[in-house]
Design a protein around this ligand. Structure first.
Ligand code: ZN
Length: 299
């Protein structure tokens, strides 16, 4: 079985050797303390060098057959077309640079660059034995990620799906109006409730505060709307929900709203489930996606 390397670049870097859809040995993290936004403003070539240094620490005896990297942004053919959360990567030909950076260490190795939400989807598919079917994953964090497995080239920025026509909905990090992330994202919730943390909003809703109760309904309706849109465009199937704000999710409320929004009988076979995600799963997914792309090439 081929062994590869998975890498995830988010607020920090995670690197692991992956074989048989599992991390072999240790997952290396840089920096180890979970400093948020630790990569903000760090030049792209320094981040790539830090990835090479981490891989060297893995002490692999043989060259890997593939290296997969997951990172935020719109990525096509190894190029980062845009990355609002890691702006230094915008326009960078990440695939070529990473390949060149590893050449002294391993020779020529195939490199695949993927959106971080898609590698999370691949990791969950691998962990759950779902590598043979379509799955979609919502990651509820600072922003809202939407990943899809199996990997295909294209754009599905589901976090920026328009879920309301209210022109006052302006809290999305991208600046677009009415977006899912503008309602559900951690950053957006903080902007909406200047006087309360998201934890307090959900706790106050439990105790009946009208403003918070209304928001919690809106939050669930927004996710149902984003999911319903995906079902209408891409068909039914399994939706996993992960990320640190999945703790706020009431699955039966989500399903109740979904039931109101999806009525066509061939589209009824959808399911929702909350799962743990995290860097380990995403790192495995990065390697899985890179390996599958290798397998599909014949040269
Ligand atoms: Zn947006």
């Amino acid at each position: 079985m081929a062994h590869g390397i998975g890498v995830v670049i988010t607020e920090r870097i995670a690197v692991g050797a992956v074989r048989d859809n599992q991390i072999e040995g240790e997952l290396l993290i840089d920096p180890e303390d979970s400093a948020t936004d630790s990569l903000l403003g760090v030049p792209a070539d320094l981040i790539i060098q830090r990835i090479v240094d981490l891989v060297r620490q893995l002490g692999m005896r043989d060259a890997p057959s593939h290296i997969g990297i997951g990172m935020p942004g719109i990525i096509r053919d190894g190029k980062v077309e845009d990355s609002p959360n890691l702006v230094q990567f915008k326009g960078i030909r990440m695939g070529e640079l990473v390949g060149a950076a590893f050449e002294p260490l391993f020779g020529r190795v195939r490199v695949g660059i993927f959106n971080d939400a898609d590698v999370m989807a691949a990791g969950i598919a691998a962990r759950r034995g779902h590598l043979d079917r379509l799955i979609r994953v919502w990651t509820l964090g600072t922003g809202i990620g939407f990943g899809r497995y199996p990997y295909t080239s294209g754009v599905w920025e589901g976090g920026h799906a328009v879920v309301t026509l209210d022109p006052k909905e302006v809290f999305c990090g991208c600046g677009g109006r009415g977006h899912l992330e503008g309602i559900m994202g951690q950053r957006a919730m903080r902007l909406r409730f200047m006087d309360m943390e998201p934890e307090e909003v959900f706790a106050e809703a439990e105790s009946g505060d009208t403003r918070c109760v209304d928001f919690v309904k809106l939050w669930h309706r927004a996710l149902a709307a984003g999911t319903a849109t995906s079902i209408h465009l891409d068909g039914p199937g399994k939706f996993f929900i992960t990320g640190f704000n999945a703790r706020f999710l009431n699955l039966s409320l989500l399903n109740e709203y979904l039931h109101e929004m999806v009525k066509l009988s061939p589209l009824q076979g959808y399911q929702t489930e909350v799962v743990p995600g995290g860097e380990t799963v995403a790192t495995i997914g990065a390697a899985v996606n890179a390996e599958q792309r290798n397998d599909r090439r014949t040269d």
